[in-house]
Design a binder for this molecule. Structure first.
Ligand SMILES: C[S@@+](CC[C@H](N)C(=O)[O-])C[C@H]1O[C@@H](n2cnc3c(N)ncnc32)[C@H](O)[C@@H]1O
Length: 454
């Protein structure tokens, strides 16, 4: 692998005798990981069901390594949202934040959603998760992953950190800043990161990170926790960024991160002031564990914050919309969705509980996308199928993974001859929803979204 020469020199200088084992990892293959989605499947069932050979990632209870020859991204279980493909070291970041059910959580730099989906699962789809991404293209991938994994407690926005900081001052219990960075830790995975690398880029990223962190700080409530992470090795973007943050905000303290199974401490000697307590932060190195390079710091705001005094969103559903939606739920669902229902024109969403006012923000998804009001009827959205469990739908078509043909036909968008006439029907693989179909006079019309078809 051709690494940039100034990068080589710098790492040699920083790592000294460790440089040899470090550079040796560039002769090895990258590691591949996937994380099971506990919102949909339990670990033991998952292990019985998966056709891939998996071995556990020691620092993430839901993470597994898979072999490079396997292609889990192409399996229908992926379409059913049973797992998320994620670089193993990246799985440690959400573990360090570990939000609880019911908390208010912000993922400020969230696309494509590896950590958001992990955080939502830890929150058991409760509380409020703001998943934000500044880039309009990337926010689409984030929103799709949130849909696929059946996440219902997230507001997805396409905003700048400044705009959010104005709106959510003192609001969040926990914030993740998985910052844009120079990506040195991903060189084995992403050749573009090598091409893009320069010392100037490292400096540019460091300055961007400081700005993003100052916005995040404003949004923390008193006692709130902030986790900062990067996938790069450079001290300027890691220890020195945290050093600068601590110097700027006196009421922020570093919290220790548990270091097991090869996770190393951050380097006090790489700060400008030889800050001893920088050893509380964590570094994931490819020469110490099976995974790419990452840095993680955990901080707490101990001082007072301005109290958030915004409003929460109330339902804006008209009587006739309510009637059409309820007619659908009565016929198709055996459960009632009790969350506040909000209409963006004809599109209905079940909002996360106590959803704060989002007026004036670029909202891409607001909780669970239920579906669309058509003329005197309601058409369910794909997101609703992926967020429901088998037990709560009136009609289902249970396909079995041992017979791939009808499953592939469904995923290609073709109709299926079922012989029934049951109307809205949930299509499942081994009991896990893949999407909707509408069964009329023996034929199941396909409602698998066009953009997702294979
Ligand atoms: C490391 S990636 C996030 C990965 C994501 N957390 C995950 O686990 O899938 C950093 C993200 O920050 C976004 N970003 C870039 N510049 C930004 C800025 N000025 N403010 C906020 N986010 C920014 C990038 O578009 C990118 O999606």
């Amino acid at each position: 692998m051709k690494l940039p020469e100034p990068f080589r020199e710098k790492m040699n200088r920083l790592l000294q005798e460790e440089a040899l084992p470090f550079f040796h990892t560039y002769e090895e293959n990258k590691t591949n990981g996937l994380r099971l989605n506990p919102l949909k499947i339990e670990r033991s069932t998952f292990l019985e069901l998966m056709p891939f050979s998996l071995s556990p990632v020691p620092f993430c209870s839901t993470g597994f390594y898979y072999d490079a020859a396997e292609q889990p991204g192409k399996h229908p279980y992926h379409a059913a949202g049973l797992y998320y493909i994620q670089e193993p070291s990246a799985m440690f970041v959400a573990e360090a934040l570990r939000p609880e059910p019911g908390e208010r959580v912000l993922d400020l730099c969230a696309a494509p959603g590896g950590k958001t989906t992990q955080l939502a699962a830890m929150m058991n789809n409760t509380g409020f998760l703001l998943a934000n991404e500044i880039h309009p293209k990337r926010v689409k991938a984030l929103s799709e992953n949130i849909e696929r994994l059946g996440i219902t407690n997230a507001l997805v926005t396409n905003e700048t950190p400044e705009k959010l900081a104005e709106r959510f001052t003192g609001y969040f219990d926990k914030i993740l800043v998985d910052a844009p960075c120079s990506g040195e830790g991903m060189f084995r995975k992403d050749e573009e990161a090598i091409r893009y690398w320069s010392e100037a880029h490292v400096a540019q990223c460091a300055s961007k990170q400081r700005h993003i962190l100052s916005c995040a700080y404003r949004m923390l409530k008193e006692g709130g926790i902030l986790v900062y992470s990067t996938c790069t090795f450079s001290p300027e973007e890691n220890e020195q960024t945290i050093e600068a943050l601590l110097a700027e905000y006196e009421d922020l303290i570093l919290l220790p991160i548990d270091k097991t199974v090869g996770i190393q401490p951050g380097r006090p000697e790489w700060t400008n002031t030889h800050m001893k307590e920088m050893a509380k932060t964590a570094r994931l190195w490819p020469h110490y564990l099976k995974g790419e390079g990452h840095f993680v710091a955990k901080l707490q705001k101990t001082g007072r914050s301005n109290q958030w005094n915004g409003k929460t969103v109330a339902s804006n559903l008209s009587k006739s919309a309510q009637r059409d939606y309820q007619a659908f739920t009565k016929e198709v669902l055996k459960t009632e969705i009790t969350h506040t229902i909000y209409a963006f024109q004809q599109q209905l969403f079940a909002l996360p509980k106590d959803c704060p006012n989002f007026e004036g923000l670029k909202v891409v998804r607001a909780g669970l996308h239920l579906g669309e009001l058509k003329k005197h009827r309601f058409e369910p959205n794909h997101a609703l199928a992926l967020a429901l469990k088998k037990e709560v739908v009136a009609h289902s078509l249970d396909l079995n993974s041992s017979d791939q043909e009808p499953i592939m036909k469904y995923l290609r968008g073709e109709t299926l001859e079922t012989g029934g006439d049951r109307g809205w029907t949930m299509v499942m693989i081994d009991g896990y929803p893949l999407g909707w179909g509408k069964e009329v006079k023996g034929t199941l019309k396909n409602f698998y979204p066009k953009g997702l078809r294979i």
